[in-house]
Structures are given as C-alpha cells and as structure tokens.
Design a protein around this ligand. Sequence first.
Ligand code: ATP
Length: 271
Amino acid sequence: MLEVTELEKTYDTGDRALKSVSFEVSGNEIVAIIGPSGAGKSTLIRSINRLTEPTGGSITLDGKELTDLGQSELRNARRDMGMIFQEFNLVERLTVMENILSGRLGYLSTWDAFRRNFPPEDISRAREILSRVNLDGVENNRADELSGGQRQRVGIARAVIQRPKILLADEPTSALDPETSREVMNLLTDIAHEDDIPVIINIHEVDLAIEHADRIIGLSNGEVVFNGSADKLDEEARDEIYRGGESLEQKQMASSEAETNISDAVVERGD
Ligand SMILES: Nc1ncnc2c1ncn2[C@@H]1O[C@H](COP(=O)(O)OP(=O)(O)OP(=O)(O)O)[C@@H](O)[C@H]1O
C-alpha cells in the first residue's frame, strides 16, 4: 500500500506546488490524477519516487518511509516503483529488447550492469513481456524506428519487468492519438489486474480517466479537492477541480464582465 501524508513541495522559485496532499492507494486500483495545467500532477507523481524531492510530509510504500532514504536505499526502493513517462524516455539507439531489459539494470552488480550482462531468466521474462504488450516481431528494431504507441508499450514493458509493487505513469497518453491512448490505458488496466498491483496515472483527458480509473484524485492549485470513484465526478466536482469552485456559467460571466471593464477603461482613456 502507498500512503501519502501531508505531502508538500515548494520549488526553489517559491512556487508551492503541493499543499498538504494526502491519499492512499492499495490493491490493484487504477487511480487517475486529474487537474488543470499547473495543478501539481507531475510534481505529485514525481515526488512519489523522488525524481522531484518533496519538501515536507511522508510517503510510505508497504510501510517503508521513502522521503528520508539515502541514495543507495533509494535506488533499491525505486525498483519497487515502475515509472512510465510522457515522452517514453527510451534509449533511441538501443533495440526494443535492450530497452526492456534496462528495467532490470537496478538488479545487476555494477560490473554486470556496465557490460549489460543479463541473466537468462531476465531475457526469457523480457520475451514474455514483449508478447504481453504486443511487440512480437520488433524486438530487434531500434527504439527510434517505432511508432508512438509502440514506444509507450516498450516503456510499459520496461517498467513491468522490474516486478514493481506499484506503477506510476506521468501523462502516458499525452503524446498519443486518441485510439492509441485508449490502447495504452487498456494495457495499464490489464497489467494492474493481472499483476495485482496498483497504478497511478496522471492524465489530462478526463473522459479517459473516467473510462479506466477506479478512483479519481482531483488536484487544484496543489491541493486535493476531489478523491472518489469516477461515477461521483459530477459537474460540481469538475467545477471544483477545473474552475476553483466556480461553475462554467459563473466563469464565463466573470470573464465577460472583465472584458466589459477593460473596454470601458479603454473608452475612458480615449484609446
Ligand atoms: N522545476 C520547477 N521549478 C519551479 N517551479 C516548478 C517546477 N516544476 C513545476 N513548477 C511549478 O509547480 C506548479 C505545478 O506544476 P506541475 O508541472 O506539477 O503541474 P501539472 O499539473 O503537472 O501541469 P501540466 O498539466 O501542465 O503538466 C506550477 O506552478 C509550475 O510552474
């Protein structure tokens, strides 16, 4: 189980991106994090595996505190958290197989990692996963020869081969077309159920979130303003997440009032 308690992140610039964020994720739940641009979604997901350093609060994975781990303990803890990135983060000149196997690097000695000396069981598992993510036949292709959807499936396979306790996906669909996005979301859902691990997905498309997630966490201005099942995400909840509690009509009225005030001011100044 992942427990995030009163998590805080203030960047050096003074931006307070996370404000006392608390939630739990367990079992094989699919949890979507939604919210407007700048709400703190990426900061939150990257704070969990400390690609971004939180400035306060606690994160535990199966009871183990992650926020105070030293570098080598952190390296071990990261093996338990598979990360899937928006821009895939593949090594372009390496093959599909090599990219997938790199998910096992954290388990090798420094020497074996340097030589990319993977044990036979890693190679046979990589082949299994290759098939599972529907990449049969392209294992020897270079990553830069693949389509966006194929590249994201390599990214997912690389995370899955770690045998993680949780998958973290940072906008995994935003570089993909709608149909491919749906395929990627289906794949993530299947993996959660088959491997019995939770998946946290930071996602822009609310419809995709509703379609695939068991639970939705809505962030607004660094705060959790919604945490519930997808069917509870009604108009009011959406207004809270995307318009700070104002309804769309109120927002439109406010912006047309502001426009009128600007044009009045322009007329007064005689511009
Ligand atoms: N490296 C950084 N240094 C300073 N401020 C940052 C940094 N990264 C993010 N921020 C700020 O933190 C806040 C949250 O940003 P974040 O990228 O987490 O939001 P987001 O919800 O993921 O946005 P988007 O959907 O546009 O990716 C924003 O105000 C952003 O400007």
